[in-house]
Design a protein. Structure first.
Length: 356
């Protein structure tokens, strides 16, 4: 029997602890199911073991626990949950030559570090912005667009990406406004938007700023559509902005998405997770589930669990996961990266399309 160690690191405690625990459950289920299949490498049955550690969402701690996994002799790593922790730990895995697949990191820098060991399953923030811009120009027919950002690196970056996609799809950017990253007085901005008379406004930033702004836009009686990325794409938006202000006019995109033909697989996975852990997937568990499975598939394909042997196979593998087809490009990004488009109905976030 050949023992194969798979590491998983995420925030098992702290503000995102519930998401890290969700990811670990997805990884653990994949390990258990793969072991029941008795996969073979070089004539020996592969027995997978999951080594799960907590980084608490702290980049400094992420480096420490990544080093611990390396010392434990893991053959591959699934993680981390957050972009900052994934980026800080990436050099550790790269130096050790161990594959790292993040199921949820979206900061573009993660796969721009130049490491052959670094992979991600979700589209990065730039790709999310471009897809939303393309949808605004092509599907929504937006021609007059105003950008607003909260002056953060994330907000400005996703707004610039949106502008690129929108302009290439027939839209014209009228102007770009900047707001503080904390809620403030939006009277002057709302008046400027009234004068601009855009078809659509894109907001780059988070829900705590977008919500009060959209509330003021609604009170002013302005009727243009409003679009944003995952930072404002939360269940809390209807509360922050008011259900009437978001109803039918706010669209937002979130990294990750499952096409209709893969929905039965996701639903089946949810049922198995509920049976095994007494809870369904919360958010990214299907991606950690697929990440473990594609690591195992690459090892079987290469006939070895040594990263130096299976990394080339991982880079070129065409894998059908529960989340969809997975194939990596030369930078370690998923070639079939998708986002889910949402709108708000009766104060609740409702998925309406998957963009790719």
């Amino acid at each position: 029997m050949l023992k194969v160690k798979i590491g998983h690191i995420g925030p098992l405690t702290g503000l995102n602890g519930h998401l890290g625990q969700d990811n670990e459950r997805g990884a653990r289920l994949a390990v258990e199911e793969l072991n029941r299949r008795c996969l073979r490498i070089g004539g020996r049955t592969m027995q997978l073991e999951l080594l799960a550690l907590d980084d608490a969402g702290d980049p400094a701690l992420a480096v420490q626990v990544a080093r611990r996994l390396v010392l434990e002799g893991v053959d591959g790593v699934v993680g981390h949950l957050n972009s900052a922790t994934s980026i800080s730990a990436a050099p550790v895995y790269a130096q050790a030559g161990i594959a790292q697949i993040s199921p949820s990191a979206t900061n573009p820098r993660f796969t721009r570090l130049g490491y052959s060991t670094t992979f991600r399953l979700l589209p990065d923030d730039f790709r999310v912005g471009v897809l939303l811009g393309q949808h605004a120009g092509k599907a929504l027919g937006a021609r007059r667009v105003v950008l607003i950002d909260d002056q953060t690196l994330y907000g400005k970056g996703v707004a610039a990406a949106f502008a690129s996609g929108a302009q290439n799809s027939g839209a014209r950017i009228l102007r770009q406004h900047a707001v503080d990253k904390v809620p403030g007085d939006y009277t002057a901005l709302v008046q400027a938007l009234r004068q601009d008379a855009p078809d659509l406004v894109f907001f780059g930033g988070v829900d705590t700023v977008a919500g009060p702004l959209i509330r003021e836009i609604g009170r002013a009686g302005l009727s243009f559509q409003i679009m944003g990325s995952d930072g404002m794409c939360t269940a809390n938006m209807a509360y922050l902005a008011g259900a009437d202000a978001v109803e039918g006019r706010v669209l937002c995109g979130e990294p990750g998405g499952v096409q209709p033909d893969h929905l039965p697989g996701i639903q089946d996975l949810a049922a198995r997770m509920r049976a095994r852990f007494d809870t369904p997937p919360q958010l990214y568990a299907p991606y950690t589930y697929d990440a473990v499975r594609i690591l195992a598939e690459a090892m079987v394909h290469a006939g070895s669990n040594r990263p130096s042997a299976y990394l080339p196979a991982l880079s070129h593998l065409h894998f059908e996961g529960v989340t969809g087809t997975i194939q990596f490009d030369e930078s370690g990004n998923s070639r079939a990266a998708r986002i889910t488009l949402f709108k708000y109905r009766d104060g609740r976030r409702v998925p309406i399309a998957v963009l790719q």
